[in-house]
Design a binder for this molecule. Structure first.
Ligand code: AP5
Length: 214
């Protein structure tokens, strides 16, 4: 199984990916998570990426493409992978076509998680994440029992720097300008499948599973 979860910030890509990767034993490749890990470790990639991420802009294509090229060579990707947050520009999608053909594999589907902007803002402004294990919570829709500690590992729960409303609005603008052209790109390749991601997480998962396991 090899597919892309496409959609605006806050559509639920990370939430769905966390369940799917365990259920189907495939690799979850999240460019946002890899970048945040690099920022945390203070690598040169992290230092270069940080200012773009903090303002909600896209990190330059050449950095992202090199990062994904390396990640797809990892052993855990051999059984299949789910791409979350990549590609995000037409150049990245074209680079992915080359990477995938060099690996001798095909993409099964591109799942578009479709949600209106007001839902995005409500979801992202209430999102909280565990600093230790990365579990995603929401203050209203999926709160942790304690409120400040993770239910799964007891780690500290925090709010991402780019989940402030003005940055969320910029991320949405960037999505419409630079990422939404991928809808047509993948429609032309007959890979695009659309899901109403404003439904509950369980319903969205069922819809995704019905599309990728056909
Ligand atoms: P990235 O980390 O990829 O952020 P994003 O695409 O903006 O997506 P999010 O992680 O914000 O949202 P999500 O769809 O995963 O939603 P989630 O499941 O958490 O990228 C961050 C930055 O890195 C970018 O701005 C850019 O600078 C850089 N970057 C990354 N990739 C790049 C690339 N390829 N090229 C260039 N730059 C790149 O859900 C959100 C909230 O909603 C959670 O609280 C969750 O609990 C809740 N929720 C989820 N689903 C539901 C539901 N069905 N019902 C109710 N609540 C729900």
């Amino acid at each position: 199984m090899r597919f892309i979860l496409l959609g605006p910030p806050g559509a639920g890509k990370g939430t769905q990916a966390a369940v799917i990767k365990d259920k189907y034993s495939i690799a979850h490749v999240s460019t946002g998570d890899i970048l945040r890990e690099n920022v945390k470790k203070g690598t040169s990639l992290g230092q270069e990426a940080k200012s773009f991420m903090d303002s909600g802009k896209l990190v330059p294509d050449q950095l992202i493409i090199a990062m994904v090229r390396d990640r797809l060579k990892d052993m855990d990707c051999a059984k299949g992978f789910l791409l979350d947050g990549f590609p995000r520009t037409v150049s990245q999608a074209e680079a992915l076509d080359h990477l995938i053909s060099n690996l001798g594999v095909n993409l099964d589907a591109v799942i578009l998680l479709d949600v209106p902007d007001d839902v995005v803002i409500e979801r992202l402004s209430g999102r909280r994440i565990c600093r230790r294990c990365g579990t995603i919570f929401h203050v209203n829709f999926n709160p942790s029992a304690d409120g400040s500690l993770c239910d799964r590992c007891g780690g500290e729960i925090y709010q991402r720097d780019d989940d402030r409303e003005e940055v969320i609005r910029n991320r949405l603008k960037v999505y419409y300008e630079q990422t939404s052209p991928l809808i047509e790109y993948y429609e032309k390749k007959s890979l695009l499948k659309k899901v109403d991601a404003s439904e509950s997480s369980d319903t969205v998962l069922t819809m995704i599973e019905s599309l990728v396991s056909r």
